[in-house]
Ligand binder design. Structure first.
Ligand code: BDR
Ligand code: CA
Length: 314
């Protein structure tokens, strides 16, 4: 059983990932931590509470960072053309507060406390900006030795980014946080666009799930419609399920081809937010890359097997 903290910025593909984790028989959801990104922290937290209720999830929700790790960094505009103004494809979300209120006001502290409560057992799956994880590390570096593993959706290594030729959105939104996370001494798996760019759910497949399932799948179908329209520039009639792909990497790492190496993030300039891999065993003159932990970076994926698992689990 995987004890999981899900760190997320819901977010259309985040919503599917949350339902996947909730439904997967080998996942015990210890908590959901929110972060700014696809929308403001107010909206992503409201969305997490809304989805928790709609999906019938019984796990605490903790509100996280609303601004980047480095106070000097100016936040980017929210990607309303991707996730809508409200972060969930602009489906109507009731104004009435959810029946269960927010459980914690401080996601970084929630991560620290939960990791200490279950030493060596907690997996963190982070699918938004890495700000909460970086804040938690800064406050308590000991958590790096106490988590079981961290899986992140972010970055691009051998393919272009999706918010610039160099950068993927989750990393670009807070590069300093991402660099703190990729260089920390913990077991980290990086699931970037190299693999999530291959995991497509078509509109018809989502509609079929909705027809066969309950109100949660109908909700997922409804909130994904604008996102599918957005992906019209890249895909025929479907969407990339970035965040669910990262969740699959937790439960079925064998479906991914990976390489080991140190990962750093470019902070500033034309390549702001670019992720760079120094493959294990490659030697360079002494410098900034010395002594960094070697992480696991996904470079290939059995995409149809991943999609089959997602469909079956949902
Ligand atoms: C990532 O950015 C967000 O738009 C998605 O939720 C995903 O986490 C993809 O680049
Ligand atoms: Ca996300």
């Amino acid at each position: 059983m995987h004890k999981v903290i899900f760190d997320t910025d819901p977010g259309v593909d985040d919503a599917m990932a949350l339902l996947f984790l909730h439904r997967h028989p080998e996942v015990e959801l210890l908590g959901v931590t929110t972060v700014f990104g696809n929308a403001s922290i107010e909206n992503t937290t409201r969305n997490a509470l809304f989805l928790r209720e709609a999906f019938g999830i019984d796990a605490p929700v903790a509100r996280g960072a609303g601004t980047p790790y480095d106070p000097a960094r100016i936040p980017h505009a929210y990607p309303v053309m991707v996730h809508g103004e409200n972060g969930l494809g602009d489906i109507p979300i009731p104004d009435t507060p959810p029946s269960r209120p927010l459980d914690h006001e401080d996601a970084a502290q929630f991560i620290i406390d939960t990791v200490h409560a279950h030493p060596g057992e907690v997996s963190v799956v982070a699918v938004g900006r890495m700000t909460n994880l970086a804040n938690a590390l800064r406050r308590d570096p000991a958590i790096a030795g106490l988590v079981k593993q961290v899986v992140i959706m972010g970055g691009s290594f051998h393919v272009p980014g999706n918010v610039s030729p160099a950068a993927e959105a989750n990393i670009h939104g807070d590069p300093e946080a991402a660099d703190a996370v990729t260089t920390a001494p913990w077991k980290l798996t990086v699931i970037g666009l190299d693999v999530t760019g291959q995991t497509v759910m078509t509109r018809a497949e989502l509609a079929a799930l909705s027809d066969a399932g309950g109100s949660d799948l109908a909700l997922l179908d409804a909130l994904s419609q604008d996102y599918i329209r957005f992906y019209g520039h890249l895909l025929e009639d479907g969407m990339l399920v970035h965040d669910t792909c990262a969740c699959v990497a937790l439960v079925r790492p064998d479906l991914f081809q990976t390489v080991q190496g140190a990962v750093r993030v470019v902070c500033g300039g034309i390549a702001d937010g670019q992720t760079i891999l120094k493959p294990a065993g490659r030697r360079f003159p002494p410098g900034e890359w010395d002594g960094l932990p070697e992480q696991t970076v996904a470079v290939g994926v059995a995409a149809s097997a991943v999609m089959a698992l997602i469909t079956e689990t949902l």
